[in-house]
Write a protein that binds this ligand. Structure first.
Ligand code: SF4
Length: 338
């Protein structure tokens, strides 16, 4: 039995770097038990709407970075976003996740009107935003308009590492400040990071875990780094499945009540990656509700899966796979449980 309440730095580093199959199996089993204690065997479905692939930032690992001229850009208007939500609702989703690059085209007024329209039409659904760093005033307005949750991965909590992955215009301090502000405002807040990103060390991952403990986010997204061919990091190797699974499990043990997605990136590096993520303590999946013809353009990294199927088909497939691993698909809101 792993003593999960008070991991020392040394113990955490041991698990971060551990490649012993038996020890890993014990770690994952423990994480599954903890997840089951808080959320039973449920796996929550979130409907993802990727509504803009424009971004003003230039993160070195991301295919949406503004310097990438090789991708076609798109934006969805309010009606198109609402249509995606309507499709999601008809399929049973109770959470919509509106995700995009940092795109100043969408002013606070526009976003407020989009969130309000979704809130009016779907009063009982959870609205999650994932649209990057904005002003506190902007976050406040969107919360008042009806948004409930906000995802903003910190990507790495190590200052020197952050600088190697981002342009000088971006700062880890601001990212962290945004996360604390979101939480204080009442959003269910999601942080998260990549595993195996260029220049990452075990110490960086330890700092990620310690930062999560400090922030106490309700959601944590963890996915492997996957190179995108039109970025400066195109030739770096991708993050490993096992390291990602270990970080999912450790996060589950340190933040027992958190909602942790089995990410699409995990499913991209291994055909059973998402299911293995659930076996290591994750409890959320995010099928794509974006218009089919736009999905390939949301090219955060290469070879992204699930860009071709209809949303309904995608959900059918995911349900079957989840059930075959002994978990229970749950289309409810799946709010954070204290
Ligand atoms: S990671 Fe986010 S902020 Fe950075 S370039 Fe990609 S979409 Fe923009």
């Amino acid at each position: 039995m792993i003593n999960m309440t008070n991991f020392s730095d040394r113990e955490l580093l041991h698990y971060i770097t551990c490649d012993d199959a038996d020890e890993m199996a014990d770690l994952f089993a423990e994480a599954r038990q903890v997840r089951q204690r808080h959320y039973e065997k449920d796996v929550y479905f979130r409907g993802l709407v990727e509504f803009t692939n424009y971004c003003q930032n230039d993160c070195l690992y991301c295919g949406l970075r503004r310097s990438n001229t090789a991708i076609g850009r798109y934006r969805l208007n309010r009606e198109e976003i609402l249509d995606c939500c309507r499709v999601g609702d008809s399929l049973g989703f109770k959470t919509f996740v509106l995700q995009g690059g940092e795109d100043p085209f969408y002013t606070d007024d526009m976003l407020e009107s989009i969130v309000r329209a979704i809130r009016v039409e779907f009063p009982d659904h959870a609205i999650t935003l994932s649209i990057g760093e904005r002003t506190q005033e902007s976050y406040r307005r969107l919360f008042s308009a009806g948004a409930n949750r906000y995802l903003l991965r910190h990507e790495t909590a190590n200052e020197a590492h952050y600088k190697k992955m981002h342009p000088p215009s971006m700062s880890l301090a601001n990212r962290k400040a945004c996360l604390f502000a979101l939480k204080k405002m009442g959003y269910q807040t999601g942080a998260g990071f990549m595993t195996g990103s260029p220049f990452q060390t075990p110490q960086c991952l330890l700092e990620d875990l310690r930062f999560l403990q400090e922030l106490q986010p309700e959601m944590v997204g963890i996915g492997p780094f996957i190179p995108q061919s039109d970025t400066p990091f195109a030739s770096y190797p991708q993050g490993s499945l096992n390291l990602t699974l270990r970080m999912v499990a450790l996060t589950r043990l340190l933040l027992p009540n958190s909602l942790i997605p089995a990410t699409t990136a995990l499913g991209t590096i291994d055909p059973q990656g998402r299911e293995l993520g659930l076996m290591a303590g994750a409890n959320v999946v995010m099928p794509n509700l974006s218009p089919q013809e736009k999905r390939k353009l949301y090219a955060l990294y290469d070879n992204k899966i699930c860009t071709g199927d209809e949303a309904a088909e995608c959900i059918r497939c995911m349900r079957l796979r989840i059930t075959s691993f002994g978990f229970v698909p749950n289309m409810g809101r799946g709010d954070y449980r204290k």
